[in-house]
Design a protein around this ligand. Structure first.
Ligand code: FAD
Length: 301
């Protein structure tokens, strides 16, 4: 096992919370995942810079995790340090029509601030259970909107621990993809531009979309949302349904009978249970429709 004491000292200097052998299932919406060696709850950009530099110098593997709502972590856990970018690093500031927030802010919190300030444009994101950093990483979107429509720029930390800023034009945001997707970078803050709107209309839209989610999605079970990306010209859920795969199960994991695009953790599912269902679905959909489904959920191991 690595010696993480240098990272622990640095975290201590900044007053950040350090957890050892912390089960990742406590930090993922799937409620799956074994322990990580060390988890540090990031509380400022300077801490993140120092930790990333120290990881590099000491050859320590690190994982960046936001709200854990789009990841599936293996049961063996993660060997290395998890840099958790959540509520301890989630302040939100408003300046006219601009909202700037630290990467750990939840989309729900940012939407609430937008509503409070009568700013419209982010309603689509209400109900996506991620952080702003994770939402940029994934270019999260729903109901006709995506992060691409509202983001202006981001700050991030390179693998060498340097701070950089990137404007929207260079972020390569497309369907569930960004400039960050293939790189080991860490988003620290996000600037968005919304427009002045009417409080009642903003609230109505947020409430309507949340109702739609509750109605259509199996929110009563742990999951990571849509398991598969939308294939060109079709919907994964539709293909899964026409192939008769609703309810297909492996151990405690199952294709939701409420929304076939979701694999749910119905009863203490393991990583292998979920991957078992993923494999069956991919194979059957390919055989019956010729379409190759690709996972939207990111595997962390
Ligand atoms: C019930 C449910 C409904 C959902 N509905 C939607 C939906 O409508 N639309 C949609 O797009 N998604 C949806 N999702 C998926 C998920 O909420 C989004 O992808 C969200 O943006 C992920 O954010 P996160 O903070 O949870 O990221 P995580 O799951 O923690 O991480 C996802 C990826 O982003 C990286 N990452 C996270 N934070 C940072 C950072 N600060 N810097 C660099 N990399 C980072 C991680 O390393 C990882 O690779 C849903 C999920 C659930 C459980």
């Amino acid at each position: 096992m690595n010696d993480y004491s240098i990272l622990e000292q640095t975290a201590g200097k900044y007053g950040a919370v350090v957890l050892k052998n912390e089960p990742m299932k406590n930090h993922t919406s799937f409620r799956i995942g074994g322990p990580c060696d060390v988890m540090i709850k990031i509380n400022c950009e300077a801490l993140l810079c120092e930790l990333i530099k120290q990881c590099r110098e000491n050859d320590i593997k690190y994982y960046v995790v936001g709200r854990g709502s789009n990841i599936l972590v293996c049961d063996e856990g993660l060997q290395g340090v998890v840099l958790l970018i959540g509520s301890d690093f989630g302040s939100v500031r408003v300046d006219g029509e601009y909202i700037e927030c630290n990467a750990g802010a939840s989309l729900a919190a940012v939407c609430a601030v937008a509503l409070e300030n009568e700013l419209t444009g982010l309603e689509f994101a209400y109900g996506i259970p991620g952080s702003v950093g994770g939402a940029i990483f994934m270019n999260a979107g729903a109901y006709g909107g995506e992060m691409k429509d509202v983001v202006v720029s981001c700050r991030y930390i390179t693998e060498k621990g340097d701070i950089k800023e990137i404007p929207l034009e260079k972020m390569e945001l497309s369907y569930r993809h960004s400039f960050f997707s293939e790189r080991n970078l860490c988003i620290t803050s996000v600037k968005m531009k919304l427009t002045k709107g009417e409080r009642e209309k903003i609230k109505d839209r947020m409430d309507t979309l949340m109702e739609r989610r509750k109605d259509k999605q199996p929110l009563e079970y742990p999951s990571a949302g849509s398991t598969f990306k939308r294939p060109e010209g079709d919907f994964a859920a539709r293909l899964i349904e026409v192939c008769g795969l609703k309810g297909t199960a492996c151990g405690g994991a199952e294709v939701s009978t409420k929304h076939s695009g979701f694999i749910i953790n119905k009863d203490n599912a393991t990583f292998d249970d979920v991957m078992g269902v993923v494999d069956i679905v991919k194979q059957k959909v390919k055989e019956q429709t010729g379409v190759t489904l690709e996972c939207e959920v990111l595997i962390m191991k």
